[in-house]
Design a protein around this ligand. Structure first.
Ligand SMILES: Nc1ncnc2c1ncn2[C@@H]1O[C@H](COP(=O)(O)OP(=O)(O)O)[C@@H](O)[C@H]1O
Ligand SMILES: [Mg+2]
Length: 264
């Protein structure tokens, strides 16, 4: 699916002068679920300001990779660092890490019994210890930025899927994260709502947010990504610029995968 125009401004992977120091670093990361080797020797560095798109067939380990970075999953061996710090095991340090790593999932996971505004202020008040008035003010500004300020008093179920997903982005941003992880944020949406979410993500990328985005949206990748990583069977098989990857994939597995997603 391609929901946008390709741009020609993409720079070669990793060479953009605007990118900062390493922010997310994975070194030789391995993870098993029983006999399944779901992450195999993963080496990956995402620099400050970089937008990385992760693409690959279902079951290749993309969600596990995201969850490992947020320590929602433990790893068996290797090392993951956020802003130079190894992932904490537990406790306050782990809560702090989770606040530094914003996460938006496929399914809208807003708190169903809280208003839109409460969904966005809860984390800042409880975890960041912000004053309620300050948290509300910032939440409203964020809801405005994602285009749903007028929905602030409603309950999640009263919003469309696209609106809920934009609230989920605002909620993650309210924690002032260093990096945002998106795991197929548009794949549960009706087609007419996909662009309204992708537009918010493109704007975020343009503002310099560091982002790891699992998506098959080529339009987004071409507009916003510095780099594409292709995963298959728990391995990073290929790394390229979006332009290189979508026009001339090198590996047979990537060619096969692209022929499948391009054919419908
Ligand atoms: N909690 C779990 N227990 C056992 N197997 C799992 C678990 N989570 C994921 N898997 C398996 O790990 C593989 C990778 O899953 P996942 O990371 O969700 O892939 P993707 O996001 O690329 O579709 C799949 O085969 C999946 O069934
Ligand atoms: Mg997944």
């Amino acid at each position: 699916m391609d929901h946008g125009e390709a741009t020609t401004t993409t720079e070669p992977a990793g060479t953009s002068p605007t990118l900062g120091p390493p922010l997310v670093e994975l070194k030789d990361v391995n993870k098993h679920f029983g006999d399944l080797h779901v992450l195999q020797d993963i080496d990956l560095t995402v620099r400050k300001g970089e937008v990385l798109v992760v693409i690959g067939p279902s079951g290749s380990g993309k969600s596990t990779l995201c969850r490992a970075i947020n320590r929602l999953e433990t790893i068996d061996s290797g090392e993951i660092r956020i802003d130079g710090q190894p992932l904490p095991e537990e406790g306050k340090a782990l809560a702090k890490l989770r606040a530094d790593v914003g996460m938006v999932f496929q399914a809208f996971n807003l708190f169903a019994h809280k208003t839109i505004l409460e969904n966005v202020t809860l984390g800042p008040i409880k975890v960041r210890r912000e004053r309620t008035s300050a948290a509300k003010e910032r939440a409203l500004a964020l809801l405005d930025r994602v285009g749903v300020k007028n929905q602030a008093g409603k309950m999640p179920a009263q919003l469309s899927g696209g609106q809920q997903q934009r609230v989920a982005i605002a909620r993650a941003l309210a924690m002032q994260p260093k990096v945002m992880l998106f795991d197929e944020p548009t794949s549960a949406l009706d087609p007419e709502m996909i662009n309204e979410v992708l537009d918010v993500m493109v704007a975020l990328a343009k503002e310099g947010m560091t982002m790891i985005v699992v998506t098959h949206e080529m339009g987004f990748a071409r507009k916003a990504a510095n780099r594409v990583v292709f995963m298959s069977d728990g391995q990073i098989v290929e790394e390229a610029t979006p332009e290189e990857f979508f026009t001339a994939p090198r590996s047979d597995r990537a060619k096969d995968f692209l022929s499948k997603i391009l054919s419908h």
